[in-house]
Design a protein around this ligand. Structure first.
Ligand SMILES: [Zn+2]
Length: 162
């Protein structure tokens, strides 16, 4: 499935949440959970700045979805500023959630980080479908690439000052 205008609207909200996370001292990632009818059920942003590095918004939304019946979960789409990491891909799949749409890929982020001289992270960079086969996944959205790159660059620059 291609990324529609409606998808882009939700992705832009994810980037705004990522900016909110950055402004709060957390890593710049944001996600939105949307039901089959297109209603936004829940939003969240990264909260890893406090020291709990597992506070990813995709993980939080997957856990939150436990209150929904399984058939409703399957109809949900999770939009996210950065592609799910393996932890979040697994949580999403365990909960039986539906489609994922991301603005920036994990591959892009790891390339940006490498270009800034950062070492690889502690978790392998795996596409969502390697962790969760058969899940409908769309991304990246080239429209948002520059904005995302700048946001991650700013977060990197800030990390040097800490
Ligand atoms: Zn994650």
């Amino acid at each position: 499935m291609a990324i529609s205008e409606q998808d882009l609207t939700h992705l832009r909200a994810c980037v705004e949440l990522a900016r909110e996370a950055f402004d709060a001292g957390d890593d710049p990632f944001g996600s939105v959970l949307v039901d089959a009818a297109g209603a936004v059920l829940r939003t969240d942003r990264n909260r890893a700045g406090s020291g709990d590095e597992t506070q990813h918004p995709e993980f939080e939304l997957a856990r939150w979805s436990a209150r929904l019946p399984p058939d409703e979960r399957a109809g949900c789409t999770v939009y996210t500023s950065g592609e799910h990491c393996p932890m979040c891909s697994a949580a999403h799949a365990w909960m039986g959630l539906g489609r994922i749409v991301y603005a920036g890929s994990s591959e892009q982020l790891s390339q940006w980080r490498a270009s800034w001289g950062l070492p690889a992270g502690p978790v392998a960079v795996l596409p969502i479908n390697t962790v969760a086969p058969g899940l409908p996944v769309d991304g990246p959205a080239p429209e948002l690439e520059e904005e995302l790159r700048a946001l991650h660059r700013a977060a990197y620059a800030r990390s040097l000052r800490r």
